[in-house]
Ligand binder design. Sequence first.
Ligand SMILES: Nc1ncnc2c1ncn2[C@@H]1O[C@H](COP(=O)(O)OP(=O)(O)O)[C@@H](O)[C@H]1O
Ligand SMILES: [Mg+2]
Length: 224
Amino acid sequence: MIRFEDVGLRYPAPGQAAGPEVLRDIDFTLPDGAFRWLLGPSGAGKSSLLRLMYLAVRPSRGRIFVLGTEVASARRAALPRLRRRIGVVFQDFRLLRHLSAFDNVALPLRLAGRPEGQVRADVTEMLRWVGLARKTEAAPDALSGGEQQRVAIARAVITRPSLLLADEPTGNLDDVQAERLMQLFKEMNRLGTTVIVATHNDQLVYRHPAPSLRLENGRLTGSA
Ligand SMILES: Nc1ncnc2c1ncn2[C@@H]1O[C@H](COP(=O)(O)OP(=O)(O)O)[C@@H](O)[C@H]1O
Ligand SMILES: [Mg+2]
């Protein structure tokens, strides 16, 4: 379950205690296994809302429950464990430049202590699925934007997270790749993962009707 109770977010501002609220009065509940589009114009607060969900920033007010845990009152030791159950596709990919595509995708599995044989098999299959079977040894800098985005997607889903957050994951993909990505996300959702996808891709939303969270100027204007 994900629940936001009257949440507000301010970022620190230079020379001030805090800047203006970029998210205001955010209030919603998503059941486990939900699929939601996260919609709204640029600057509306989509990335900020996702950052709150993957515990990268703390709310300035209100309460947040992620996967059933109230974040502010959780024991410190519980947060890294919670974080490991969340897969994130960052808008700017955040691949490790000194690691190959393969090792970027393998990293979360290795951190989780999975046996290397299983890591090999899972990563190879996932990179094949996203169409990168022949780029496994390439460094991120040697990959196109779309290829880097697909590595980032593979890394986010490889651990089969309980919660998958994707920030404009089709920004660098063509239509065929975007459709393939949606198959992947929908299959994970079918298997129980809660999926939230921030997007500007109206065609994709049109082709895959699902309830949405809609932000405008830091406020939730629609939730269905
Ligand atoms: N790290 C930050 N520090 C200060 N302000 C930020 C930061 N990140 C985003 N903002 C501001 O928060 C608002 C929402 O931004 P963002 O969450 O990136 O929106 P979206 O993802 O919908 O484009 C914008 O006004 C943006 O300038
Ligand atoms: Mg954004």
